[in-house]
Design a protein around this ligand. Structure first.
Ligand SMILES: Cc1cc2nc3c(=O)[nH]c(=O)nc-3n(C[C@H](O)[C@H](O)[C@H](O)COP(=O)(O)OP(=O)(O)OC[C@H]3O[C@@H](n4cnc5c(N)ncnc54)[C@H](O)[C@@H]3O)c2cc1C
Length: 215
């Protein structure tokens, strides 16, 4: 491929300027919300430098989904929006919570009972199917599953430093492996981190479910 000029536009930032001074925003500009999409702020904050002092009743009635939100996940922390899947799946628990009975100032009604889905981004670039499941952390060990130069499927695994033989899988970047995506999303969903047998996880002939280290 030949080009005179190449523009790489990588990354995303929530366009939440209209909310500034109205609801608290995290350092990225996103609205930090709990797993149902409810504003996650300390409504009792008495910090005089806080430009947004919402009453508890007002804070309990602020909800956000999609690109403007960073949603709390039991395993992956605050997951920023910026991808289709969150925009598609996050409204479900939010609507459930919104429709639930009860005083919204007393806990979160209708908290989702289904396992929290793992963060998931998919795309097609230069003819390749790409999928990122989970959320990598600084300091993760990156190991390959398969050979990127082979022209076939491969993956990069982001492993939390663990023991020599097993580690928590923080994220997996799958290339041209569409049949592996659904199963791995299921394994990485829920409220517990997924621990894998490292030697098996990096072996492309081993199915993901057979690489899971059971407690
Ligand atoms: C070029 C591009 C490529 C992408 N590719 C991928 C990809 O490959 N994979 C992936 O997972 N995601 C991708 N995304 C991201 C994905 O499109 C977004 O994450 C998703 O659309 C977010 O949905 P949303 O409903 O939160 O926001 P949006 O789709 O942005 O919807 C927000 C809506 O609010 C409206 N609005 C804004 N301000 C106001 C206002 N003040 N009053 C009333 N209405 C208002 C807007 O007009 C818009 O219709 C891509 C995005 C772009 C731009």
């Amino acid at each position: 491929m030949v080009a005179d000029t190449v523009l790489a536009a990588v990354g995303a930032r929530p366009a939440t300027g209209l909310l500034r001074g109205v609801v608290p925003l995290d350092p990225s500009g996103a609205v930090a919300v709990d797993p149902t999409g409810r504003l996650r702020a300390d409504p009792n904050s008495t910090d005089p430098t806080d430009p947004v002092a919402l009453s508890p009743a007002a804070a309990a009635r602020v909800w956000a989904v999609g690109d403007c939100a960073a949603r709390e996940h039991p395993v992956f922390g605050h997951v920023p929006g910026g991808h289709w899947t969150a925009a598609l799946t996050d409204p479900g628990p939010t609507v459930t919570a919104l429709l639930a009975d009860g005083d919204p100032t007393e806990g979160t009604p209708g908290a989702p009972s289904a396992p929290a889905p793992a963060p998931y981004v998919f795309s097609k670039q230069l003819g390749h199917d790409l999928a990122l499941i989970g959320a990598a952390r600084p300091g993760d060990d990156v190991r390959l599953r398969g050979d990127p130069d082979s022209g076939g499927p491969w993956a990069a695994l982001y492993l939390r430093p663990g023991t020599a033989d097993h580690a928590v899988l923080d994220a997996a970047f799958l290339v041209d492996s569409p049949r592996e995506v659904g199963g791995l999303r299921r394994l990485m969903g829920g409220d517990e981190p997924l621990t894998v047998d490292v030697a098996r996880a990096v072996d492309p002939s081993v199915r993901w479910r057979d690489a899971v280290r059971r407690p």
